[in-house]
Design a binder for this molecule. Structure first.
Ligand SMILES: [Ca+2]
Ligand SMILES: [Ca+2]
Ligand SMILES: [Ca+2]
Length: 183
């Protein structure tokens, strides 16, 4: 009985300490010292790359890995059809700088150049860079199926749909390493 009483007392004092700690923490929350504020800022800065990840190689390129790098927005190694469509629609909208709902060759190439520069990330522009820009001009002429100099989202979607199907070699509706590197 004596022992039980002691345990009881110890528990009560632990509760009291707990309440004190809680009160101290509440005080900290309402008035954070400068040091705590600074570490919170640092933390959000470190978390930023994860939050704004997006495709690892936004300008894409040839082959399966380049395709995944260009469209795997959440970087889980899989490009779902939904992800593919969302990334493309977002790029189309961003490219349409004069907001007329269609892309001129200049708008199309400028948007691609922005992604390519992002992919180069400070590396010097080489012959390959110039080649990629040249390819973007060629690509525009292919995508602009009725050759009126304006790329509509419908035109883009038609070709992109075929590209997705062709890349999805095992036909499971998503693109990942299981589809095998082609050529
Ligand atoms: Ca993904
Ligand atoms: Ca436009
Ligand atoms: Ca697949």
């Amino acid at each position: 009985m004596q022992q039980q009483k002691t345990t009881h007392g110890a528990r009560a004092s632990r509760l009291a300490i707990g309440a004190m700690v809680a009160a101290m923490m509440a005080a900290c929350t309402s008035a954070p010292p400068p040091a705590a504020q600074q570490s919170a800022t640092q933390q959000s800065a470190t978390q930023q790359p994860t939050a704004a990840a997006g495709p690892a190689a936004p300008a894409g390129g040839h082959g399966l890995s380049a395709f995944i790098g260009g469209f795997d927005a959440n970087r889980d190694g899989v490009v779902t059809r939904q992800e593919y469509d969302a990334v493309r629609t977002q790029r189309f909208t961003a490219a349409d700088t004069n907001h007329d709902g269609v892309l001129g060759e200049d708008e199309y190439v400028a948007e691609f150049a922005g992604r390519l520069q992002q992919q180069y990330a400070g590396r010097a522009q080489d012959d390959k860079y110039a080649g990629s820009i040249k390819q973007a001009h060629v690509r525009f002429k292919i995508l602009d199926t009725d050759h009126d100099g304006k790329l509509t989202l419908t035109e883009e979607n038609a070709i992109a749909g075929k590209t997705f199907q062709r890349t999805d070699t095992n036909g499971d509706g998503k693109i990942d390493q299981a589809d095998g590197e082609k050529k």
